[in-house]
Design a protein around this ligand. Structure first.
Ligand code: ZN
Length: 241
């Protein structure tokens, strides 16, 4: 089965629509979302509706969690906190309850899906340093674990050395596990490539395709500015940081 795995949409409807269009052309049978459907972008409700329509599984991201619940947001810097408060207002009670009820982790025989890292998904730990990956892998019980959160696509095994060179939009055989596979970000890439990013994974073949998809960035930027969200969230989309 060819399965698309998307993450970190962040209310960027233009990017999500482009990715779903690409998925539609790629003979994909299933779509999984690794969370952060909302936050930063101007279209949280629209993105949430599309994700609910297309994805068989959605795990919870830190922005989904913060928007779905009512706790104080002091852990976030000012602009992010403002966007989360704006997003809480933009969603109705049912949408927020849906976000609050998302599972933190999902595991099959072969694959684990989690937004940030193991063993404590609810602390949203970043796999930023080699030691983070080593610690994560101690708790990974499947050959492959798909994550998002850093918005940096990459395949890791043992430490943060990126031993797997990604060829965009090509089918590549994955090396032996255990592997941590960061699928990148649909709506706010941070690897200096502004195109939307996601993966298609064929579990039986052990083959992955890292997809990059162009979308109308200027329209997403304009919507963020018009919504009164921090201009930085718009600016960064153009450069992919
Ligand atoms: Zn995110």
């Amino acid at each position: 089965m060819r399965r698309a795995i998307i993450s970190d949409i962040h209310g960027n409807l233009h990017a999500l629509e482009a990715v779903l269009g690409d998925i539609g052309r790629e003979a994909v049978e299933d779509v999984v979302c690794l969370g952060d459907v909302v936050g930063y972008g101007a279209f949280p409700a629209e993105c949430l509706a599309l994700v609910r329509q297309h994805c068989s599984l959605v795990v919870c991201g830190n922005h989904d969690h913060a928007v779905g619940h009512d706790y104080l947001l002091e852990a976030y810097y000012d602009e992010a906190r403002q966007s989360l408060e704006w997003t809480r207002e933009a969603l109705d009670d049912g949408e927020r309850a849906y976000l609050a009820g998302l599972p933190l982790e999902h595991r099959t025989d072969w694959v684990t899906y989690v937004h940030a890292s193991l063993p404590n998904p609810e602390t949203w730990g970043y796999l930023e340093f080699s030691g983070d990956v080593v610690e994560h892998l101690k708790h990974q019980e499947t050959p492959v674990c798909f994550i998002g959160h850093t918005h940096l696509p990459g395949v890791y095994s043992g430490d943060l050395t990126n031993f797997f060179e990604i060829s965009w939009n090509a089918r590549q055989r994955l090396p032996e596990g255990p592997l941590v596979v960061n699928v990148g970000s649909v709506g706010q890439p941070r690897d200096q490539d502004p195109r939307a990013c996601y993966v298609i994974y064929d579990e039986m073949q052990g083959v992955i395709s890292y997809r990059r998809v162009r979308y109308p960035i200027a329209e997403a930027q304009q919507a963020i500015r018009e919504a009164g969200l921090a201009p930085f969230f718009a600016d960064r989309l153009r450069v992919g940081i």
